[in-house]
Design a protein around this ligand. Structure first.
Ligand SMILES: Cc1cc2nc3c(=O)[nH]c(=O)nc-3n(C[C@H](O)[C@H](O)[C@H](O)COP(=O)(O)O)c2cc1C
Length: 487
């Protein structure tokens, strides 16, 4: 049985899976299992797990080189002058990691040769409904269904008429009648044919049937001196339309929002070689930065010293101490959302040694501590540039909820993400987290309301899932709200 490595999936698919699994409170693996189960339940063909694969299968073979294909298209080429553009379309689809199996109508073979199409697609070309090689196992049915999308380009007036009326007297029309996949049609014909009442009726019928049309464009025709609507869309336009149908855009609910995040510990120097630190790994803050970026936000991450790779597409400012962190946070304002996930040291050494402290007979040097700036409170209490949503983290080892509630009141932030960091939980430095979202606003369902403060307790999740869930809550809360534009 094949195994699937989630890590190796396309970024867009991974983000979709993460968002979906966080929403459904499942692990990503469980979510993939559910999706596969739903797919199998929704199948129309019976499952025949023990059928041996046919020797001369029309199933797509993997590409000869490069990355594996991510989707497959059955491309039906009709008999029009624009058929030459379909050769380019094959290339454009393959560039997008879409596998292409081609079907040529009898008329199409007058315009392009099966040899050229086969050389470009790296696949056997299909031309005949009654091809004994394909039809011993109903090849036309498999060409109709063992793909993610059917593209008809060029779609002749004749082919569209057959589609609109349910004909199935050749391979192309039989595939189009037998498919349960989406169909993208790129018409190409003389403007008089396009404007003919019969073609108008057929086009309207196809649209009612859910067929997606691209083009035709207007311009000069192959016929000398003729111009008008009827030119087939360019190959690149058709490939882009196909890609959009195959890979719908991932939702980006934080597009246009600027999100400021802090992460990691701070290091407070004792002398040039020694410092006070804490066990924060920065993983939670980095995961939030990646999730916010995937949700479309512009993200600025101010990070203390960590052993993590900068998340892609995120502006990262690396700092050491609490004072440097505050400086970078202030420099990054204004922001729509500020999330303070860093474990900032409460104190620093007042009498920091300019040189390395030496052992002396006088004994240990006394370390005097002074309070560090409180970054969360400082930003929460700003008047002019206060981000509309300020979220703090409370890492507690006892009385988690009570301490987090009083932190929310004391600091003046809007939400607190409280997590138990006592050693037994393994949260500090670990990969999982159990958090409680404490907010001033009305909580979600399942929240335990306490006056104006809502406590929403989440199940144990990976830090990535916590990040995705938090970003989903943020997206819901800030939709439509923006910081005041800087004057
Ligand atoms: C030179 C030439 C060019 C043609 N170009 C087109 C065209 O662009 N669009 C169209 O609908 N039919 C065009 N036709 C007519 C089709 O080839 C004809 O209707 C054929 O039956 C279509 O078959 P098919 O739909 O099975 O591919 C053209 C015919 C010739 C001879």
């Amino acid at each position: 049985m094949a195994s699937l490595t989630i890590r190796k999936l396309d970024e867009g698919i991974k983000t979709y899976l993460r968002l979906r699994s966080a929403k459904n409170r499942r692990s990503v693996e469980e979510e993939v299992r559910v999706i596969l189960g739903e797919l199998i339940e929704g199948r129309e063909e019976p499952l025949t797990p023990f059928a041996a694969p046919p020797a001369a299968s029309t199933a797509p073979t993997s590409q000869r080189s490069g990355a594996p294909p991510e989707a497959s298209v059955t491309l039906i080429i009709g008999g029009g002058i624009a058929a030459y553009k379909s050769l380019d379309l094959i290339r454009r689809l393959k560039e997008r990691r879409i596998e292409v199996r081609c079907v040529l109508t009898t008329a199409a073979q007058q315009f392009v040769t099966p040899l050229a199409v086969s050389a470009l697609s790296h696949e056997r070309v299909h031309t005949d409904l009654f091809d004994p090689q394909s039809e011993f196992d109903a090849g036309h049915i498999r060409l109709a269904r063992e793909c993610d999308l059917i593209v008809v380009a060029p779609a002749t007036a004749d082919l569209m008429a057959k589609m609109a009326n349910g004909h199935a007297d050749d391979l192309a029309s039989a595939i189009l009648l037998a498919t349960n996949r989406k169909v993208l049609v790129a018409p190409a014909m003389n403007p008089l044919m396009w404007n003919n009442a019969a073609t108008r009726r057929n086009v309207a019928q196809l649209q009612r049937d859910g067929v997606v049309l691209i083009g035709p464009n207007s311009g000069e025709m192959a016929e000398a001196g003729e111009a008008g609507i009827g030119r087939m869309s360019e190959a690149i336009e058709i490939a882009t339309a196909a890609e959009r149908l195959l890979r719908p855009p991932v939702p980006r609910p934080l597009a246009g929002k600027r999100v400021l995040i802090t992460a990691g510990p701070t290091h407070e120097p004792i002398d040039p070689v020694r410092y006070i630190a804490n066990r924060s790994s920065g993983k939670q803050g980095f995961a939030i930065a990646a999730a916010a970026q995937a949700a479309g936000a512009e993200v600025i991450l101010v990070s203390g010293p960590v052993d993590l790779r900068d998340p892609q597409g995120v502006t990262v400012k690396h700092v050491e101490s609490a004072r440097q962190m505050l400086e970078q946070v202030q420099a990054a304002l204004p922001a729509d959302i500020a999330i303070f996930a860093a474990a900032v040291a409460d104190w620093r050494v007042a009498n920091e040694g300019e040189q390395k402290l030496k052992k002396t007979s006088a004994g240990m040097p006394p370390l005097q501590l002074v309070e560090n700036p409180d970054i969360l409170a400082t930003i929460s209490k700003l008047t002019g540039e206060r981000p509309p949503l300020v979220i703090g983290f409370a890492a507690e080892t006892e009385h988690l909820i009570d301490n987090a509630k009083s932190k929310l009141a004391r600091k003046g932030c809007d939400w607190i993400v409280a997590n138990d960091v006592s050693p037994a939980t393994g949260v500090m430095g670990g990969d999982r987290n159990t958090v409680h979202l404490i907010s001033r606003k009305d909580g979600e369902k399942n929240s335990e309301k306490d006056g104006e403060i809502a406590v929403d307790s989440w199940p144990v999740m990976t830090k990535e899932q916590v990040a995705i869930e938090l970003v989903a809550h943020i997206a819901k809360s800030v939709t439509g709200k923006s910081r005041e534009p800087a004057s």
